[in-house]
Write a protein that binds this ligand. Structure first.
Ligand code: FAD
Ligand code: NAD
Length: 476
């Protein structure tokens, strides 16, 4: 006899575990199958985000930034520390502890909400049946009213540079190094390359980043990406754009990476190389037989705006489907699908998904860039305010960067907000709300922002849209 559930979720990352919790909250009998195994051989829910992505990377970014600031900024604040030393083993134990606490939290949330957590592999069969192969134990067939596919993504591997977990590594291994590589190479100046390049540079590595494109972070507003590149180069990240890696040769001492740039062949010598050239949807062992689920040419499960796959009762969310590969996007899709299954009204505004790069300074944005809007022929007006003129940023000793707001020239509706500066990741929440509520620049101008806060930079940038800044000179 098969076990029956209203909802079976395959994958327990931020997409899957959130979907399972909301489905159970909606009164549906729910199971969540997840096969993640950590490097110590133990299973944990939470997927890439909690085990090997968002959370451990932010733990290492925070610790390495404090290390850097204690060495370079504290003296100017009147704090004498003596020689500051790195204790990488403790830093890594802290990272692992934070991860364990949060992944353990999901098991508790499952229990509290009545979700059956099933460690092991789930495979979708015909007729909304799911084969469950436990981490240890006999395989079982589950019958589901609805199945939510949330198997996530894995790093793209370059053929010429296969991961070996020692010299050529992916982001998961690069988070868990037990020593600082003196020469750290990175392929790809994307989000992972910049975040992990920053971590190891702060901890003492000489970091070289090879990027294929001529443009730096092309998804950003050009004004922000120019400022970001300038600041990262000043910090000592050696970012080389327009490079084509042609070969890599391993030796006992390290790795020689050959590349072409501007028609010339060049080499770099590194001790360890992170390949961070993007991630791809992961569907290995996920589907068997005639499930009716279709994949596109890149391997993403094809879904509509509501994340329905077209096969009756089969949904797919998170990194497995189109759209940005971001944890919060997957979580919100999970909530939407669980509510739709329960017969509720639910939708997701794909135009208002924030993105953040957790470097120092942080970069965050939502909506459209100025160059995209101009290309589309949309008439715009823009305003930007520098953190150098913000009292709180000065007090924090983090007074670089800006907030930039782009509004429709005629209607005043805000179309994009872009931030580079301190706690941009926190400031962006107001921007997302503004887009969600279709606010005008005037709405933010007339909203009272506490003083002295970083959020005043948002207020001033809105004023700048109409050349009405108080704390900086308006250009006429
Ligand atoms: P995943 O988190 O990949 O989870 C999928 C789960 O399904 C995994 O546990 C997997 O083992 C399991 N699974 C797969 N197949 C099966 C199967 N057949 N049966 C059972 N289980 C299966 N995003 C942000 O928004 N903010 C960040 O700061 C951020 N930082 C990141 C840093 C790094 C280094 C990386 C690599 C990623 C980062 N991301 C960040 C991206 C984020 O981690 C992903 O967008 C997010 O984890 C996707 O969630 P998901 O649930 O779709 O998939
Ligand atoms: P990415 O798409 O952000 O960047 C990959 C970079 O590699 C691009 O700039 C690309 O042009 C470059 N590239 C591709 N092939 C190359 C080659 N052969 N040689 C040199 N450069 C090459 O991908 P990522 O940094 O690997 O991150 C993967 C996903 O994880 C992203 O979609 C991102 O959304 C997510 N992520 C998010 C965060 C965050 O939200 N803070 C942090 C880390 C990862």
């Amino acid at each position: 006899m098969s076990e029956a559930y209203d909802v079976v979720v395959i994958g327990g990352g931020p997409g899957g575990y959130v979907a399972a919790i909301r489905a159970a909250q909606n009164g549906l009998k729910t199971a969540c199958i997840d096969k993640w195994i950590n490097h110590d051989g133990t299973h944990a829910f939470g997927g890439t985000c909690l085990n090997a992505g968002c959370i451990p990377s932010k733990a290492m970014l925070e610790a390495s930034e404090l290390f850097e600031r204690s060495r370079h900024d504290f003296a100017a604040m009147g704090i004498k520390t003596g020689e500051v030393e790195l204790d990488l083993a403790t830093m890594q134990r802290r990272r692992a502890r934070i991860v364990k606490q949060l992944t353990g939290g999901i098991a508790l949330l499952f229990k509290g909400n009545g979700v059956t957590g099933l460690p092991g592999t789930g495979t979708l069969l015909e007729g909304r049946k799911v084969r469950y192969t436990p981490v240890d134990g006999e395989e079982r067939i589950l019958q589901a009213g609805h199945v939510i596919l949330a198997s996530g993504s894995v790093p793209v591997e370059l053929k010429s540079l296969a991961f070996d977990r020692k010299q050529v590594v992916d982001s998961w291994d690069a988070l868990e190094f037990d020593s600082v590589p003196p020469r750290f190479g990175v392929i790809g100046a994307g989000v992972i390359g910049l975040e992990l390049g920053s971590v190891w540079r702060r901890l003492g590595s000489r970091v070289t980043i090879l990027e294929a494109l001529d443009t730096f972070l092309p998804q950003l507003d050009e004004q922000i990406s120019r400022e970001a590149l300038k600041q990262f180069k000043r910090q000592g990240l050696d970012i080389r754009l327009g490079t084509k890696v042609t070969a890599a040769k391993k030796s006992k001492k390290g790795l020689t990476v050959s590349y072409e740039s501007g028609g010339e062949s060049q080499n770099i010598e590194v001790d360890r190389l992170l390949v961070a050239v993007g991630r791809r949807p992961y569907t290995e062992g996920l589907l068997a037989g005639e499930t009716g689920v279709r994949l596109d040419e890149h391997g993403f499960v094809i879904v509509n705006e509501e994340c329905a796959s077209g096969a009756e009762g089969i949904w797919a969310i998170g990194d497995l489907v189109r759209g940005p590969m971001l944890a919060h996007k997957g979580m919100d899709e999970g909530v939407m699908v669980a509510d739709l299954i329960a017969g509720k009204v639910a939708e997701l505004n794909y135009e208002a998904i924030p993105a953040v790069v957790y470097t120092a300074p942080e970069i965050a944005w939502v909506g459209k860039s100025e160059q995209d809007l101009k290309q589309q022929g949309v008439p715009v007006k823009t305003g930007s305010f520098p953190f150098a003129a913000n009292g709180r940023a000065q007090a924090l000793g983090l007074a670089s960067g800006m907030v930039k707001i782009i509004a429709h020239r005629d209607s005043d509706e805000i179309l994009g907000i872009h931030i580079i500066g301190p706690y941009a990741s926190e400031l962006i929440a107001e921007a997302v709300l503004a887009l969600e509520y279709r606010a005008s620049a005037e709405d933010i101008q007339r909203t009272i922002h506490a003083h002295p806060t970083l959020s005043e930079a948002m207020h001033e940038a809105a004023l700048a849209v109409d050349k009405r800044m108080i704390h900086a000179l308006n250009r006429r």
